[in-house]
Design a protein around this ligand. Structure first.
Ligand SMILES: [Zn+2]
Length: 317
């Protein structure tokens, strides 16, 4: 396979997937290539996608339909969001949160810098929320970053969209009777991922260190790696029990046994791809050998397909 063809196919696979995860419906390759960038496609798709609300436990809810999953914690002190989704969903997200309760929005925790989690930061800040995040999330949001796979250059975000409270390793916040605990992962999906834990409710929001049940995107441009993702899964499993409700960055809310399956899939694909690469096979030949074949039905049907995921893993082994 020549390079040009290979990159075109890979790009198509990723774009189809990216549109599907964030928009909640299938965009055909034709729809996608009619746009200049999937970022624009994803943003316009969010404009027409309804927001769904799922109540979890202890007044923690999950909103879906605007980029990555958004957790909303409500109580007497007000509301706290984990991630803000796409900006164009503002009115629908506000309406969904008003149904949860009339308490004011006080805090937003950003799990990492990606646009499908931070695009709405500015409006959330303008509603009065203080934004908390990892120091590298703030630094990444202040930079111009070119993401080649998305054919898009992200410009620095306005000051109001940046976390004004930052931390390096971990931080706690007393709010609504919970001691909410934020913890940094060493580089995994990006270089600035954090988890957010609600101890009373026993809910862990692990963001893009888990996609359920999808092959995950690994952002090599931002310091992400497969081994970092596997390490993040091990850390997540250590922080949880069978009772813990786990919120992934994309896909259905789940539990530790489902998270364990995701971790085992990552390890198995790593083994298969690494074996082929060590035999001296090129990326194209490795993709042709279908090292993800037994996993594609479960993990590659709706989001990144096996070929694209193989490409990501090949770069990391
Ligand atoms: Zn992400």
């Amino acid at each position: 396979m020549d390079n040009k063809k290979n990159s075109t196919i890979s790009r198509g696979h990723f774009l189809r997937s990216a549109g599907l995860i964030t928009a909640g419906f299938l965009l055909t390759p034709k729809d996608i290539f009619a746009q200049t960038s999937p970022v624009i496609t994803i943003k316009s798709a969010a404009a027409t996608t309804p927001i769904t609300v799922q109540a979890l436990r202890g007044d923690v809810h999950v909103l879906q339909g605007s980029g990555g999953n958004i957790s909303v914690f409500n109580g007497k002190d007000g509301k706290l969001m984990v991630d803000a989704g796409i900006a164009v969903s503002k009115d629908k997200i506000k309406a969904a949160m008003a149904k949860i309760g009339s308490e004011p929005l006080k805090y937003l925790i950003s799990t990492h810098w990606h646009f499908d989690h931070c695009d709405g930061n500015e409006w959330v800040h303008n509603e009065g929320a203080t934004i908390i995040g990892h120091e590298k999330t703030r630094a990444n949001l202040m930079k111009t970053i070119r993401v080649v796979d998305w054919d898009y250059t992200f410009r620095p975000m306005p000051t109001g969209a940046l976390p004004s409270v930052v931390f390096k390793d971990e931080r706690s916040l007393d709010f609504n009777g919970e001691k909410i605990h934020m913890k940094y992962y060493p580089p995994a999906h990006t270089d600035c991922d954090i988890s957010v834990y609600f101890p009373h409710a026993d809910i862990l929001h692990v963001a893009d260190t888990w996609w359920n049940p999808y092959y995950p995107f690994i952002d090599h441009n931002s310091g992400g790696s497969l081994d970092g993702m596997i390490d993040a899964c091990d850390r997540n499993l250590k922080m949880t029990t069978a009772r813990t409700i786990i919120v992934p960055g994309h896909g259905a809310v789940g539990d530790s046994s489902q998270l364990g399956e995701f971790r085992d899939m990552l390890v198995a694909v790593r083994h298969n791809v690494s074996k082929l690469k060590k035999e001296g096979r090129s990326l194209a030949d490795t993709i042709k050998a279908k090292p993800t074949a037994v996993f594609d039905h479960k993990w590659g049907e709706y989001v990144l397909d096996g070929a694209f995921f193989t490409k990501l893993v090949y770069a990391d082994v």
